[in-house]
Design a protein around this ligand. Structure first.
Ligand SMILES: C[S@@+](CC[C@H](N)C(=O)[O-])C[C@H]1O[C@@H](n2cnc3c(N)ncnc32)[C@H](O)[C@@H]1O
Length: 195
């Protein structure tokens, strides 16, 4: 169950995101956060897992990180979120702290192409939500940190099918994975690592 602090921050970020979209704020200045139902899906995927280590590539202002951090609080684990925009990093820190989730989520500030290779950890869930044209190369950098049983969730595979259709096809043809496109919100590619 979401506590009041988490719920309040998520609702504020949802109002902020809706306002920015309505006012047509420039794309790079917006949070570009996942839909609430995608947040709920991520929560449902992670919450039942024990000691779930989550890697998030593209943390923005922390909306999806808060869903993930609230979910690892149930049976243990941690969220490591990567974000390179300093303004968004500042907002991420403030939002995660306000939600009372500092103990469950950590931000690594910097370009994921540089920060990701230096991370020595292994993860149970990888949430890929950075620039669409980078998914392939970023997943390549994360792949050796994902062992059999790990899950990969990539957002926007239907909203950006011209770029990410190839991502889905490649995952579905990969014999080391089982992968399916979920038609939820902007489209999620859910892959389980088999080998
Ligand atoms: C779609 S938004 C993420 C939204 C976030 N997952 C949420 O739901 O709240 C993508 C984010 O990825 C960040 N990003 C893009 N390329 C990156 C890179 N190479 N390294 C780190 N962050 C990156 C952007 O600055 C942006 O904030």
């Amino acid at each position: 169950m979401l506590d009041e602090r988490v719920r309040a921050v998520l609702e504020r970020l949802e109002r902020q995101d809706a306002g920015e979209r309505e006012q047509k704020v420039a794309r790079e200045q917006r949070a570009r956060q996942v839909a609430r139902t995608t947040g709920q899906f991520l929560f449902a995927l992670v919450a039942p897992q024990t000691d779930c280590e989550v890697l998030e590539i593209g943390g923005s202002r922390g909306y999806s990180s808060i869903w993930l951090a609230a979910s690892v609080r149930h049976f243990g684990g941690r969220v490591l979120s990567l974000e390179n925009d300093p303004v968004k990093c500042e907002a991420w820190r403030a939002n995660v702290a306000e939600a009372g989730l500092n103990g469950w989520a950590e931000l690594i500030e910097g370009d994921a192409y540089e920060t990701l290779p230096a991370i020595p950890d292994v993860f149970d869930v990888c949430f890929l939500d950075a620039e669409k044209e980078d998914y392939e190369r970023l997943l390549e950098l994360a792949r050796n940190k994902l062992e059999p049983g790990a899950l990969i969730v990539a957002d926007n595979v239907l909203s950006h099918s011209e770029t990410l259709g190839a991502y889905s096809r490649t995952r579905q043809a990969d014999p080391t994975l089982e992968s399916v496109t979920l038609p939820l919100d902007r489209g999620l590619e859910l892959s389980v690592v088999l080998a």
